[in-house]
Write a protein that binds this ligand. Structure first.
Ligand SMILES: [Zn+2]
Length: 458
């Protein structure tokens, strides 16, 4: 609808009612009872255009050029919108023409089209000529029965894009997709520098959850993670240890003092080792065969190679479950949270870190925020996180910034991966000095640490 109040919102209830039995509904100036505040010349042009549409194109409604319209979602999902040739003013007519080919369930209701309360008309002479040409073009196709693509069989049904949190189908595109030229498991490595390639970044209009429209199903993703090998990760093992020790110290006061701890996505086992040092009986779950092997052979930590779903029930229940930088990789975080709930002892604690978009850094970086990448499927807000956890019977008790401790050399390596000019040169120079192992704590707040308790009466 036009937002300048030419289309009075009071008609929306009528539209909603009509949509129950129709696939397409239009507010009509020229149906019986309709009115229009145009002057003489504009009325004449508009009337003529609509008459031509009605008689030459076989459009059954008296109105074809105003945009006060309602569509059934099923119709919109399957319509081949990309084959509509015209844009601007002509689009309104051509889209009804296509709707008419797709369905017989069209309806109109009379409206009083008021003078706009603000703004000016954008319909130029060029638009009028284009509209006439477009009517002629469509009439020609109709006359000679030239087939018209109405449904697009390849258009994906957008059911999978329903918001993970609130199931809403309505979202806005924050950033368009940027696909990698060659895609293999390497972009799913922990240290992947595949920054800046991702699917469409979408924001749920209902709850604000931000998600990456991945082209891969859950099975394919798990396949990627199972085959990941990532020796670069081990190059910075000291800073990995420092990072886990730093963050474990943050969560420790809120954990049971001892007991069974499960770490999901334990990767090379460093987080397990740190939990072990803190006096817990540890077990890891890790899909990557390479990382799980490393954990057992080098770190001497027990790891179940696979995913939580397949972990035998005899393992557990657990006093503590941790999950570091994993939540954003999961295709269905709520399902995993529910599994975590079922594996925790009553009153058990679940602590995890994940990407957080309610923060100044992603806001100022916009599309250049480095965490928009293929393997990250979700970017959480505090509201959405609270709602997701509640659905799984978990209660958020605390959250704060997550801190990465990194070496100066790694810092420049990352900057270089982000395309910062001169970073490689400086990194190489520092790499030759003892400064390379200088540790810096890093926390912008765009990664947050969440601590939750299991609620027992779900
Ligand atoms: Zn939502």
């Amino acid at each position: 609808m036009d937002a300048d109040f030419s289309h009075n919102p009071k008609y929306l209830t009528i539209m909603k009612q009509l949509l129950e039995d129709n696939d397409f509904v239009i507010g009509s100036r020229y149906a019986k009872g309709g009115r229009c505040d145009y002057g003489l010349v504009r009325t004449l042009i508009s009337r003529t255009a609509n008459m031509l549409a009605r008689y030459l194109l076989g459009i059954p409604t008296h109105e074809a050029t105003t945009s006060y319209r309602g569509f059934s979602v099923d119709l919109l999902r399957q319509m081949a919108l990309n084959t509509i040739w015209s844009d601007g003013y002509s689009f309104f007519m051509e889209s009804i023409f296509v709707v008419r080919l797709a369905t017989r369930k069209l309806a109109e209701f009379p409206i009083h089209f008021e003078d706009r309360r603000a703004g000016t008309s954008k319909i130029s002479k060029r638009e009028i000529i284009k509209a006439i040409y477009n009517i002629a073009r469509l009439f020609y196709r109709r006359l000679f029965v030239i087939p018209f693509v109405v449904y697009d069989p390849n258009r994906p049904i957008e059911k999978d894009q329903a918001c993970e949190n609130c199931n809403s189908l309505f979202h806005m595109e924050m950033f368009p997709a940027k696909y990698a030229e060659n895609e293999d498991a390497s972009i799913y490595q922990c240290t992947s520098s595949g920054h800046r390639t991702h699917g469409r970044i979408l924001k749920c209009l209902h709850c604000g959850l931000v998600f990456n429209e991945t082209r891969h199903d859950a099975k394919k993703l798990l396949d990627f993670y199972s085959n990941v090998e990532d020796p670069t990760y081990l190059k910075n093992i000291d800073s990995r240890f420092k990072t886990f020790r730093y963050n474990f110290a943050k969560i420790k006061p809120r954990l049971p003092a001892s007991g069974k701890l499960l770490d999901i996505g334990s990767y090379c086992g460093i987080s397990l080792k740190v939990a072990h040092e803190n006096g817990y009986e540890t077990l890891g779950v890790e899909p990557s065969k390479w990382a799980a092997g490393y954990s057992e052979e080098v770190m001497q930590e027990r790891v179940f190679q696979g995913v939580l779903r397949d972990l035998p029930a005899e393992e557990g229940p657990f006093d503590v479950i941790t999950m570091w930088d994993v939540m954003e990789h999961l295709p269905h975080p709520v399902e995993e949270m529910k599994r975590i709930h079922s594996r925790l002892k009553p009153g058990g604690v679940f602590a995890f870190s994940t990407l957080f978009i309610d923060n100044w850094y992603p806001k100022i970086m916009k599309e250049r925020w480095p965490w928009y990448m293929d393997m990250h499927l979700f970017y959480f807000t505090l509201d959405a996180m609270n709602q997701l956890l509640t659905k799984a019977g978990l209660q958020l008790v605390h959250h704060q910034k997550y801190t990465h401790v990194i070496t100066l050399e790694y810092f420049f390596f990352k900057l270089d991966a982000l395309g910062v000019f001169g970073a490689k040169f400086l990194g190489d120079a520092i790499g030759k000095t003892s400064l390379r192992n200088f540790m810096i704590p890093f926390s912008f707040g765009d990664i947050q640490l969440f601590i939750c308790k299991r609620l027992d009466n779900l």
